[in-house]
Design a protein around this ligand. Structure first.
Ligand code: 9MR
Length: 842
């Protein structure tokens, strides 16, 4: 609302409204419209796809297109407005039209037969007027619709409005989340080697006693809490309970302090064993273009969505938005982005990258058959099959040769208008459209295709080559079109995913292309990029729009010969130090502490944990691994809401994430989201109507509600489950570090071939009796023949086993063996990660 509007409204209220014409009782009633002043942007107001909403000078404005036939052809509205039968309401708003026009203001049933409880025809003028009406609700309804129908004009015109208010009815619900016991723990559990911390919410300011009990109710450990003062992210006075010294595995432990007993938890080496698999299984039920088999996911079977069958209008032959292109593309497949049916290249990019990155970190941890997907049993690790499902879609979004912007990637494909919930993908009747190519999407394609080229090389050389070719083409197209940004206003029917700075995407793509090809052009680009040396470690974390970190992480961790690589590695450790300092100062142990939590805060927290985990991999320093473990505690229950944000993990977990098909909350014949689905989590901006109604004024950690309609706090997405998969795979990794050191040296190479020698040193205190050394080849290399060990190779993963006479490696001693290998093209980087009998060597 503008200031002068406020003054004018006060004046008009006195002058223009006679008490008789206006129901005072209603006028004094509670406000039912959310964000009617537009002080909080446009949400939760929506519009039909033919007009876009903007806020100008504190008012909501829209350009209304000409040439429509009916009033309802152009609508601006708000849903979810509660009405109470028999109550009288005062409805007011201010509006203008240029040129002047008659509009239609309705309060109605949001579905067929669209019963109108109030219908008015305000005469809108250029200078603007205030309008007020009263009506008595004939029915009680939790979700009436406030709609402005503005279509039916031959000529285009401009509509603006402000101060939309509906007063009367019931006081808005006062929402008190059920936060359970005041002792907050990781409800899934703690690894025996720690750390093990809990948070107590209390009024007390001095240390209190705590007691750890086992499942039999016996005291297992006791201690005193450490007061931490007021936590700004929750507004709570909190203490820390540190029971790290207790390490005996078991289930059903509880912590008691200040008269409260926590929810139960486990201490066990296997607490994270199933999470990476569940987090990855999520992708199969997000698939588009293929039937989801109930035999593989009981309860989740459904027909193929957007496979070219009515009522779907896609995705086998999809046209562009009007005026964008004159061809159609077959973009069937890929994953649905989130709870909507859209498919977005930028967001698909970081998601598929992180799945491949989890695999690239530790190939042996991902097997064929792990995920129960249709491709299980084809000899390729399932995580790569799943990644390929998305990567094929991303490739299909590339503009074909001979067309304008050939080689670029269309930014996204989605419905022309937002659809309601629930709606199974195969039932979506909306028209699908390709949106204009963008530089960001093109660089996401270049980056992921370059990465896919090196990871698929051992499994499918043709697919690897197709990716590399597409990556090069995309790179060239992005360089030729470096500033084609996605339109921020293009957010109807799908997310905008706009980003006006793609220098970070350029850096990431160049890094991936360099890692795969070793070529000078990409090396030079990387070295010259400001993102190569700048501090990329934002406190808010990285995400789909901030991708320089992906390039930096891969340059540090994927074997390569970049000049100055040690500095790159040090920079990752410096980033980890930053997050470690934030975590240490945080009363809930969070490595994320902005004054306002962002949309998808849980994913940003996980991405900060990725940096901490990478620092552990690079240095072997326990403090970084401990930080990752402690950070995970927050997501699994050690938080202000006492809730796990991962479906099916912990006694109380998110289960109503915003989704059109895991929509149990709306239709009990549909399932909850599958086990292992991450909710976006607290979001201070609470853009959706449910959150705006119930969470107004929330402290960051409280800006979350497990309601399917809360799309701004409780959605699930492919790019949020991807760091969940990455981090949980790190946490499930049982490999300890440092009892061994490996020296791998190339002793000669010739076109297509090379010979290497490997020395294993025992740096521990125990003798090794019989050994298997495993590693994976970064660049498609294969073992031809070896000596002093028995070799086996599956895909990129190699194991070398001692032969009997060289079984024993004494402390301080070493063994040497070697092999002749082949490699196809590109660089021949040395592997950098080795495991001796499962444990990581340094
Ligand atoms: O995750 C996205 C977040 O960073 C943006 O701020 C927000 C608004 O553009 O959009 C989020 O992404 C949503 C996308 O637009 C549509 N599919 C669901 C995504 C998660 O809510």
């Amino acid at each position: 609302m503008t200031r002068c509007r406020a003054a004018l409204l006060a004046l008009l209220t006195m002058v223009a409204l006679s008490p008789a014409a206006f129901a005072r009782a209603a006028d004094e009633g509670p406000e039912q419209i959310v964000n009617g002043t537009f002080d909080a942007g446009t949400a939760p107001w929506w519009s039909t796809g033919n007009t876009a909403l903007t806020v100008e000078g504190g008012r909501l404005c829209a350009d209304i297109p000409g040439g429509t036939a009916n009033p309802w052809d152009v609508i601006i509205g708000q849903d979810g407005v509660p009405l109470v039968a028999g109550d009288t309401y005062a409805y007011r708003f201010a509006a203008s039209a240029t040129p002047a026009r008659v509009g239609k203001a309705l309060i109605q049933l949001p579905v067929d037969p669209w019963t109108q409880y109030l219908s008015a025809s305000p005469e809108l003028s250029v200078s603007g007027n205030d309008y007020s009406y009263t009506f008595t609700a004939p029915v009680s309804l939790p979700n009436a619709q406030v709609a402005f129908q503005l279509g039916g004009s031959a000529e285009p015109w401009r509509f603006c409005m402000d101060d939309v208010s509906l007063k009367g009815g019931a006081e808005p619900e006062v929402y008190e989340p059920d936060t359970g016991p005041r002792v907050r723990v990781n409800m899934v559990g703690y690894l025996p080697s720690g750390p093990k911390k809990a948070t107590l919410v209390t009024e007390a300011t001095t240390p209190l006693d705590w007691e750890l009990r086992n499942a039999a109710g016996e005291t297992a450990a006791t201690g005193r809490t450490s007061p931490k003062g007021t936590d700004v992210s929750s507004g709570q006075n909190v203490h820390t309970i540190d029971f790290g010294a207790y390490a005996k595995p078991g289930t059903g432990y509880t912590l008691t302090a200040d008269g409260e007993t926590s929810r139960p938890f486990e201490i066990g080496a296997g607490v994270y064993d199933s999470l990476p698999t569940d987090a990855l299984k999520f992708y199969y039920t997000q698939r588009s273009g293929i039937e989801i088999l109930d035999s593989l996911r009981p309860g989740y079977g459904r027909p193929a969505g957007h496979a070219g069958t009515a009522p779907n209008q896609g995705d086998t032959d999809v046209p562009c938005q009007p005026g964008v292109c004159d061809y159609t593309l077959n973009v069937k497949g890929g994953w649905y982005d989130a709870g909507d049916h859209g498919k977005y290249v930028v967001n698909g990019g970081i998601s598929v990258h992180q799945l491949m990155a989890a695999y690239e970190r530790d190939r042996a941890a991902f097997t064929d058959g792990q995920l129960s997907i249709p491709e299980s049993g084809n000899g390729v690790p399932d995580v790569l099959d799943e990644a390929r499902w998305e990567q094929e879609f991303i490739l299909s979004m590339q503009v074909p040769d001979g067309r304008p912007y050939a080689g670029m990637a269309h930014h996204k494909v989605h419905d022309q208008n937002w659809t309601g919930l629930p709606l199974l993908p195969h039932l979506d009747p909306q028209k699908r459209e390709l949106h204009a190519p963008s530089t960001a999407a093109t660089l996401n394609l270049a980056a992921t295709a370059a990465q896919a080229a090196r990871l698929f090389a051992p499994h499918d050389a043709a697919f690897a080559a197709r990716n590399l070719k597409a990556a090069r083409k995309a790179w060239a197209a992005a360089k030729a079109n470096p500033e084609r940004y996605a339109d921020p206003a293009d957010g109807v029917g799908g997310g905008a995913y706009d980003d006006a700075d793609v220098s970070d995407e350029f850096y990431w793509a160049a890094a991936e292309l360099y890692l795969t090809t070793g070529e000078k052009e990409f090396r030079d680009f990387v070295l010259a990029s400001p993102h190569h040396t700048g501090d990329v470690w934002r406190e808010r974390g990285f995400d789909w729009g901030n991708t320089a970190q992906l390039g930096r992480l891969d340059l540090a961790t994927v074997p390569n010969a970049l000049p100055g690589r040690d500095e790159v590695r040090r920079s990752v450790v410096a980033g980890a130090e930053k997050y470690l300092a934030i975590q240490r100062a945080h009363p809930y142990g969070l490595p994320y502490a902005p004054a306002d939590f962002d949309w998808g805060s849980n994913n940003l927290i996980l991405n900060n944990l990725v940096v901490l985990a990478a620092a552990y991999d690079l240095t072997g320093q326990e403090k970084y691994r401990a930080a990752v473990r402690e950070g995970m505690d927050y997501l699994l229950g050690r938080n202000a809401l006492n809730r796990s944000y991962v479906t099916g993990y912990g006694e109380v977990s998110a289960q109503n994430q915003h989704s059109r098909w895991y929509a149990y909350q709306l239709d009990h014949s549909l399932p909850h989201p599958p086990r292992g689905s991450l909710a976006g989590g607290p979001n201070s901006a609470i853009q959706d109507p449910v959150a705006q109604r119930l969470l107004r004024g929330c402290k960051p950690q409280f800006c979350y509600i497990d309601d399917i309609e809360s799309w701004s706090t409780n959605e699930l997405t492919i790019n949020w489950n991807s760091p969940l998969a990455w981090v949980s795979a790190f946490l499930a990794d049982k490999g300890e570090q440092s009892a061994c050191r490996v020296r791998y040296s190339a002793h000669g190479s010739w076109p297509g071939g090379f010979t290497s020698q490997i020395v294993i040193e025992n740096t521990g205190r125990e003798s090794v009796d019989g050994w298997t050394l495993s590693w994976s080849f970064p660049g498609g290399q294969r073992i031809r023949q070896g000596w002093e060990a028995e070799f086996a190779q599956s895909g990129a993963v190699v194991t070398a086993t001692s032969l009997g006479h060289n079984d024993r490696i004494r402390p301080g001693g070493s063994v040497t063996f070697g092999f002749v290998g082949t490699h196809t093209s590109g660089p021949n980087p040395a592997p950098e990660t080795f495991r001796l009998n499962g444990d990581r060597c340094r």
